[in-house]
Design a protein. Structure first.
Length: 204
């Protein structure tokens, strides 16, 4: 009887230790929530180790969510990572930057591509419905809001009354020079859906 109680106590103690370890591992990994991370266990070993560098270095100043959602061309990511390296107080050397870029490229062509495939493969989706899901999937809402949801510093409400389909396409994949909107990497069929959605955002 006594032994069982002791064992229970020992079990409780080791569980507490495990929990404490869990929290400190999270704390050390960055202050950001678990849902911002992704499961990379099916990625090749070298990409998994690139992911660790990314998750560690790119969470120093902000969460990982933007990079895990938004899409850039390879040149676009190279420019973005260089920009981050140049920021005062960033500690990312060129070899780490190279590893981060390998992870980002792999993740674009696998996880991100698959999630967008899944949206367009859902044939029940009308273009504007698929487009609304793509708006989320591409991380547009980290910089834009619609009906108060998302980043309200740049609201897109009413954009469908202001811009034509052609203008919208250009604004998304090749914003005018001097614009602070980064050129997003969006294949044509996804772009059609996104634009169909944006065109529904009329002034009321
Ligand atoms: C030294 C701090 C710092 C580090 C380290 C850092 N960033 Fe940033 N990042 C910022 C700041 C500040 C902004 C917002 C201002 C801007 O975009 O210029 C930003 C913006 C961004 C954006 C624009 C998207 C958005 O939603 O605003 C992306 C993408 C991004 N960072 C990716 C990365 C990646 C990838 C890494 C790792 C290579 C990284 N960051 C490391 C400071 C940092
Ligand atoms: C890193 C932040 C960021 C991301 C991500 C982003 N945008 Fe933008 N976008 C901006 C900013 C800032 C502007 C304002 C451009 C300027 O400087 O004039 C803008 C402008 C626009 C405009 C033109 C608005 C107008 O009034 O003419 C459209 C349309 C647009 N974005 C759509 C999108 C879509 C769709 C996505 C996702 C595929 C997206 N944006 C992702 C920052 C972003």
């Amino acid at each position: 009887m006594r032994q069982i109680v002791l064992r229970r106590l020992a079990l409780a103690a080791s569980l507490t230790a495990l929990l404490a370890l869990g929290t400190s591992a999270v704390a050390q990994f960055g202050k950001h929530s678990a849902e911002e991370k992704i499961n990379v266990s099916s990625y090749p070993a070298n990409i998994q180790s690139n992911y660790k560098v990314f998750a560690n270095k790119c969470s120093e100043c902000h969460g990982l969510a933007s990079s895990l959602k938004q899409s850039r061309s390879p040149e676009g990511w190279t420019a973005e990572v260089r920009r981050m390296q140049a920021m005062a107080s960033s500690h990312i050397n060129d070899s780490e930057a190279g590893e981060i870029l390998k992870f980002l490229a792999y993740d674009e062509s696998h996880r991100k591509a698959a999630s967008r495939e899944a949206i367009s493969a859902n044939t029940g989706n009308a273009p504007e419905v698929a487009g609304r899901q793509m708006f989320e999937s591409y991380g547009c809402s980290s910089c834009h809001s619609v009906a108060g949801v998302g980043n309200t510093s740049s609201a897109l409400d009413g954009i469908g009354s202001k811009r034509t389909a052609e203008e919208l396409k250009r604004l998304i994949v090749s914003p005018p020079s001097g614009s602070t909107m980064p050129p997003m990497s969006v294949p044509d069929k996804d772009l059609e859906n996104l634009v169909a959605y944006l065109l529904t955002l009329k002034n009321r």
